[in-house]
Each structure stands twice: as structure tokens, then as C-alpha cells.
Design a protein around this ligand. Structure first.
Ligand code: DMJ
Length: 578
């Protein structure tokens, strides 16, 4: 006891300043140790920073080399000059697609479906948001912004439907007016209109699309003026006045609030104006402050406090694309240090996703359940069938073991989603499914509104594994749409997938997403290469450009986007990147 108190008092004298004042040599030694220690810590930080900058440069170099390789494959010089000239866009596109005759035939069938859907819209609903094919009229479900027209632009471009694209372009240039006294959904307007316009700009190089995207985004921007930065989900396009829908009890919806980052970052990169990116990225930083250890957020968030409200956790309706964008912003940002936190948050959420994985009896179908508080519900929306594609896309960022694990989970979930289709008499999926012990999958809400999520996942899985089974599944789903949903005046959904009774709506995402993913499923991987493009949640491809954060921080300009090179790509009929 005495020894220990003596030894502790002898320790204390080392922190007494008087000790060192009497011993200047020791004081000098202490000073040297302190300076040396500081240098080591500072040097380590510098090394880490330099390492991250080096990595970011290497990533950009990889993207540049991949672009050059693509150009060489396309028969062009590495400087981007076409070796041939004078051919039409279509003729040159053909040289860029695979020769597999089955793929070519199927791709043409999907293109024919697009022509049918588009010409029906053109005939009966031109300039309106959506076509009601049975009654042959247009409806303005999004405020009269020509949602189907804008949603279709890039699909028309990618399919080489140049005349249709040009006619739609003229409507956007001369007739599209955003000054509408209409309470618009910030989310729907962003993913369909801002996303569609940016994608059209990226593909065509036509600045008019960018101007229009800026116009509508400026009208949406006041929605982010809340105490927490979490946006209100509704805003009047003419007068502002943002608010939330009454039925959320004043809360903002998770997916509606966290699915604008890709579009707004892209807009800042292309205009050099940081305000769009700033608003959208601040949302993620706010959510990051209190991000739970399982990365799962309930669907309602309070926009005043930035806190979570008691509600359901789901990868289906109202949750889905929040998780999708965490991954995709990381990809859009070239996987650099500036976007590292997106990947970290996404990986955290994927741990949470694993906790929701269950298997049915007797057939062992894998599904994702929903969670409210501590209680789980054995229910999965068809909307959650985007998750296999997301998991496959994100698996490549893990080390080999984790990558294998997540890819295999993606494949299991895709099998379940395919069976959502196969298990009904019409071979079209219902809106959601329940999983009761001993009964595998049972359809709950039994309508089908031409949704894309399963074919979206099949597209990613085919691109990332090369397994042609996914093409077969996609082809079967396409044939079921042809059989049940195609009518003389367009495509309709089904009120009930058991009886095949039809509804009266051709959703704009059928042309934006379902048909685009199906077309790409039968096209070579160089057509909208995943190395160069990232799809927004409405399937609008956005070009990945260098993310220059030093410039961004100084507020001078955004990343680097070169419309000239994209315009050249359009002239050369090359849309797989530039
Ligand atoms: C689309 O508008 C988008 O894919 C969105 O993320 C979810 N819902 C529809 C398609 O089902």
C-alpha cells in the first residue's frame, strides 16, 4: 500500500511544471518529443490525404482509359475523331451492337413495343402527362409537364428513334412551360423531369435540355429551406410555398427526401452552380449525424428536427430509392474520397438489409421483410425488387468474400421476384406479396401497373454476371406484358393479375424504365456502359464525370462536364460514352 502511494506520488511530479523548471534539459527533451510527435501525426494525415487524392486521380485515369478503349473498339481514333463519316446515327449504332441473332430479334420486338406506346401517346395524349389508352385521352397527373414525353426522350434516343426524338425535342423547346399553379411532388418531378432532361442533355449535347432542367430545379429548390435541410415533399411550381402532404402528419418521406442527389449533383456539375448539389448533399449529411448502427431508416422523417418518426422500415414503397442513391452517388462521384461517406452509409444499410432477409417454406424463396419498431412483417413490395440490381451493382465495391455473398443474395432475391411474375395466371407480378409459413409466396395487392423493378434487376444481373438466364426471364416477362397489357391504343396495367382485367393507364415509367431496361437487356454492354453512366431511379442514364472537390470547395465551379465531347458522341451516333 505504502509502496504504491509512494510510486504514484513520484509519477505525479512529472506533470508538475515546477519539476521541469528546475530541470531545463528535461524540459528541452520534452519539447523535442512533443514536436516530433506532432510531426508524425501531421505527416500521417498528410499521407492519408495524399493517398486519397492519388486514388481519386487513378480512378479518373481508369475512366479515361476505359473511354479510350471504347473508342478504339468503336473503330475511332483515340482522339475521338470518327474514322468514317456520313453514315446515319442508326447505321453507326448498328456497328456497336452484338450479332447474336436472338438478342437482335428480341431488341427489335422491344423497340416495336416502344414505337407502339409512343405513337399511342403521340396520337391521344400529346403534351399531357400520361395516356389513358382505353378512353383515348391524356391526363395531367404531374401538373401538365408532359411527363411521358420527357420520361421517353432518352429511351427514344437510345433506340435510335431519331424522328420521334426530334419532334419531342421541339415540344420541350417551344411548348413546355413550368410556370404552373400546381402543387408538385418534389421527388416525382426530380426523378422524371430533371432526370429526363439531364439525361437528354448528356446524350444529345443539346443545351436547351440543360436550360429547362435548371428552370424546373430552381422552382423546386425552396423545398429544401427547412430548419434541418430535409426537404418538404410538395411545392407549388408557380408560387413556391413548400409543404408536406397531410397524411404524413407533417413529416417528410424518406425516399422523397433522399432521392434528388444524383440529379442535383449532375446539375451543379453541368451548370457550375453549386447550390443544387449543396442542398441535396446536406440532406445526407443531416441524416448521417444520427444514422443508426443498422443503417435502416423509417419512412417518416421530421423536417424541422431532422429526426426519425415511428414508422415502417422497408426497401419497398417510400424507403427504396434512399438506399439506391447512397450507392449511386458514390458511383457518380467516381468512388473518390469526397463521396466515401455515401458508400460507408450504404454498406451500413446493407448490414441492416441482411437482418431483414428471410426464406419461405417449403421452397426456400429468399425475401426481404418489413420492420416496424421491433416487429417484422413477412411482406415484400414488387417495388423492393430493385434491390437485387442494387446489391449486384454494389457488390463490386467489396472484397472478394463479401462481393460473392452480396451477389449471391442478389441472385436469390431476383429468383423470388421473377417468381412474383411466374406464380400468377397472367405471369405478371402483383403490387406486393406475403409469405406465410408453408405457403411460399401469396399475392397481396393484386394490381400490376407496368412497373420496372424486376426487369431493372435482371438487366444489372445480366450485365454483371453475363448469365443469359436473366435475359430469358426478362423475355418471359416482356411476353406477358405483350399478351396482357398491349391493346390497340397503347399499354395498360391490370386491375388484377389473377383475372387479367385491365386498367386505363399507361404509366410514364413504362416508357422510361420498363421498356428501356428490356431493350438494354438485349443490347451489348457497351450500350450505356455501366462504367460511364449511372441510372437515376427513373432509369435516366446520367454521365459520370470527374468530381473535382477542390474546385467545388472553393465555390468556383463544379466537376468537369464537356458538352462538346457529348455533342460529338451524338453526331457519331456513339452513346456508350465519351
Ligand atoms: C418509378 O417512378 C421509380 O422507379 C421510383 O423509384 C419507384 N416507382 C416507380 C416505378 O415503379
Amino acid at each position: 500500500m505504502a509502496r504504491s502511494s509512494r510510486s504514484s506520488s513520484s509519477m505525479w511530479r512529472y506533470i508538475n511544471p515546477a519539476y521541469y523548471l528546475k530541470r531545463p534539459k528535461r524540459l528541452a527533451l520534452l519539447f523535442i518529443v512533443f514536436v516530433f510527435g506532432t510531426l508524425v501525426v501531421w505527416d500521417r494525415h498528410t499521407l492519408v490525404r495524399e493517398h486519397e487524392e492519388e486514388l481519386s486521380k487513378l480512378n479518373e485515369e481508369v475512366t479515361r482509359l476505359q473511354n479510350m478503349l471504347e473508342e478504339v473498339k468503336d473503330g475511332k481514333s483515340v482522339t475521338g475523331q470518327a474514322k468514317t463519316s456520313g453514315k446515319s446515327n442508326n447505321a453507326k449504332r448498328k456497328s456497336n451492337v452484338s450479332d447474336d441473332p436472338i438478342d437482335t430479334e428480341r431488341r427489335e420486338k422491344v423497340k416495336d413495343a416502344m414505337i407502339h406506346a409512343w405513337s399511342s401517346y403521340e396520337k391521344y395524349a400529346w403534351g399531357h402527362d400520361e395516356l389513358q389508352p382505353q378512353t383515348k385521352n391524356g391526363v395531367d397527373s404531374f401538373g401538365g409537364l408532359g411527363a411521358t414525353l420527357i420520361d421517353s426522350l432518352d429511351t427514344l434516343y437510345i433506340m435510335g428513334l431519331d424522328e420521334q426524338f426530334q419532334k419531342a425535342r421541339e415540344w420541350v423547346a417551344n411548348s413546355l412551360d413550368f410556370n404552373k399553379n400546381y402543387d408538385a411532388s418534389v421527388f416525382e418531378t426530380t426523378i422524371r423531369v430533371v432526370g429526363g432532361l439531364i439525361s437528354s442533355y448528356d446524350l444529345s449535347g443539346d443545351k436547351m435540355f440543360l436550360e429547362k432542367a435548371k428552370d424546373i430545379a430552381d422552382r423546386l429548390l425552396p423545398a429544401w429551406n427547412t430548419p434541418s435541410g430535409i426537404p418538404y415533399n410538395i411545392i407549388n411550381l408557380a408560387h413556391g410555398n413548400p409543404h408536406n402532404p397531410g397524411w404524413t402528419g407533417g413529416d417528410s418521406i424518406l425516399a422523397d427526401s433522399g432521392t434528388e442527389q444524383l440529379e442535383f449533383i449532375a446539375l451543379s456539375q453541368r451548370t457550375g452552380d453549386q447550390k443544387y448539389q449543396q442542398k441535396a448533399e446536406d440532406v445526407i449529411l443531416e441524416l448521417k449525424k444520427t444514422f443508426p448502427p443498422d443503417g435502416l431508416l423509417p419512412i417518416y422523417i421530421n423536417p424541422h428536427r431532422g429526426t426519425r418518426s415511428y414508422s415502417t422500415i422497408t426497401f419497398g414503397a417510400m424507403g427504396d430509392s434512399f438506399y439506391e442513391y447512397l450507392l449511386k452517388v458514390w458511383i457518380q462521384g467516381n468512388k473518390t474520397a469526397a463521396v466515401k461517406h455515401y458508400r460507408e452509409m450504404w454498406e451500413t444499410s446493407m448490414k441492416g438489409l441482411l437482418s431483414l432477409v428471410r426464406r419461405t417454406t417449403p421452397s426456400n424463396f429468399t425475401y426481404l421483410c418489413e420492420k416496424t419498431g421491433n416487429s417484422l412483417t413477412d411482406k415484400m413490395d414488387e417495388l423492393a425488387c430493385f434491390a437485387p440490381g442494387m446489391l449486384a451493382l454494389g457488390s463490386t465495391g467489396y472484397g472478394p468474400d463479401e462481393a460473392r455473398k452480396f451477389l449471391s443474395l442478389a441472385e436469390e432475391l431476383a429468383w423470388t421476384c421473377y417468381n412474383f411474375y411466374q406464380s400468377t395466371p397472367t405471369k405478371l407480378a402483383g403490387e406486393n406479396y406475403f409469405f406465410n409459413s408453408g405457403q411460399d409466396i401469396s399475392v397481396g395487392t393484386s394490381w400490376n401497373i407496368l412497373r420496372p423493378e424486376t426487369v431493372e434487376s435482371l438487366f444489372y444481373l445480366w450485365r454483371l454476371t453475363g448469365n443469359k438466364t436473366y435475359q430469358e426471364w426478362g423475355w418471359n416477362i416482356f411476353q406477358a406484358f405483350e399478351k396482357n397489357s398491349r391493346i390497340e391504343t397503347g399499354y395498360v396495367g391490370l386491375k388484377d393479375v389473377n383475372t387479367g382485367v385491365k386498367d386505363n393507364m399507361m404509366q410514364s415509367f413504362f416508357l422510361a424504365e420498363t421498356l428501356k431496361y428490356l431493350y438494354l437487356l438485349f443490347s451489348p454492354p457497351s450500350v450505356i456502359s455501366l462504367d460511364e453512366w449511372v441510372f437515376n431511379t427513373e432509369a435516366h442514364p446520367i454521365k459520370i464525370v470527374a468530381r473535382n472537390d477542390k474546385v467545388e470547395k472553393s465555390g468556383v465551379s463544379g466537376g468537369q462536364h464537356n458538352p462538346e465531347t457529348l455533342s460529338r458522341a451524338r453526331k457519331e451516333g456513339r452513346f456508350s460514352g465519351n
